[in-house]
Design a protein. Sequence first.
Length: 587
Amino acid sequence: MTRLIRELLGPYRGRLAIILAAMLVQTIMGLAAPWPLKVIIDDVVGDHAAPAWVAWMVPMMGGDTKVHLAAAAGIATVVIAAIAGVAFYVANYFTESLGQWVANDLRVRIFHRLQLFSLGFFDHNRVGAVLSTIMTDVQTIQSFASVSTLNLITDTFTILGMVVVMFALRWDFALIAVTVLPFLALFVFRVNGLIKNATREVRTRQADLTSTLQQGLEGIEVIQAFDRQDLQEQHLVQASNDTVTAWLKARRVSSLLSPVVGLAVAVCTALVLWRGSVLVLTGVTTVGTLTVFLAYLAKFFQPVRDVAVMTNSIAQVSVGFERIRAILEADYVVPERSDAIDPPRFAGEIEFEHVAFGYDPDVPVLRDISFRISPGQLVGIVGPTGGGKSTVVSLVPRFRDTDAGTIRIDGVDICHYQLHPLRRQIGFVLQDTVLFRGTVRDNIAFGRPEATDAEIVTAARLANADEFIMRMPGGYDSPVGERGHTLSGGQRQRIGIARAFIRDSPILILDEPTAALDAESEEAVIDGLQRLMKGRTVIIIAHRLSTIRSADRILVIKDGVVAEDGRHDELIALGGVYADLHRIQYR
């Protein structure tokens, strides 16, 4: 955690220096604030001689009377308050600025890290939990850096400064106050461990709540279609109740701090009052000295109280950093060799050699996959549900890495290629085309933002998308809505095909691109796909066997191996897995 904090604060050393300087000035002014009161009590109201640190001000004011001395004390009070106010403003502004920028850097850093992860990370981590970390935990750290850090550093300076001043003023009084500190520190340390555990539970419950909310909102159409709003509300109530229970448990522990510290303050104050009164009555010390010391004692224990109560915030920040570090240090980054090459445009030959893979190491999905696809071939992949069809194609662009075996493109192990140039040469049209916030134009050019308007329109026409786009109120500048829900499935697929045209990749992966379409939409999509597939190496995952009847080859994946390999007619004649699938589908 220390290294992460150092990295985050590194770019802001200048701001940190300003903050520390302003806090130091603020602390010094806080230490000086009670002294004008001592001058009034001892030297104006009483009969003591003015101390040297104010005596030089009186002649400058034209006299040597107690009235002038009182005026000097009043001016000193105003000056001290003014300087303290300026220092507080500077410290507060720059601390808030520091907190905001650190939170910004942290959010960007986490999101950048997530972009580098293989899909394996998202196989094992809920999106809602990740969102909770990015939003809630980062916000907690930002709030602590903006507010609590300022108070913590100021309080630390104040405690140290007041210990020195109090010992200089009355060492016996100071000893009473300092003796209590080790016991308070031990108590705070013990309670901090309980608070940290409780806060960790709170964060877990908050992540569950976020996941429940996200699932309920993303699946609202299905929920309403099956009239299961009551079930989702039950899930939400349960998650919310668990969050409240965890919060109350954490608060029950943290609430112990303030009364315990308050009791310690009362005991110390009572002892000083008793001891000080005796000394004043015997003439050993003055009323002003006792008054100033009591003022210091109140100010001394206020930061002690603040630091103790701040333990709750420190625990929250500590847990937040744990969750953030769990993402930043997660071992899901797709490795890239230092000598990886930027490949030339692929011819499109793809070869799997004894490839094995499992989402769980103990449960392999692919056991021994071997095949070779020639450049320009159209290859269909079919098989029973759960047989590993989608897993096979996800390994080609290295969304996941193999557990064993080798995948080659144009005779070179794909691990020897630079990751981004590798993926830029692979186009995708998936079963459910995901559209992003923005216009139709933005979504078509998503894979190649530098595409010209003419190229975008040409791609849309080739994908049979131009016609419906031009009927939209804004044409290519029409917003597509959240995840493209303002468009039909067929329209989204045709925009996905146009996106693939713009990408102009030599290798094309189609994952059930027509599975959820009606007959009319399917015809338009297939027409666009036929144009898109020309001159490219194409892998198409199909449940509808009609879409791959004319494929150059069909691979049948079953039980993690290539069970059959051949053309449609050959596999039908073979009478194996493919023939069974065909018979069931067309029965």
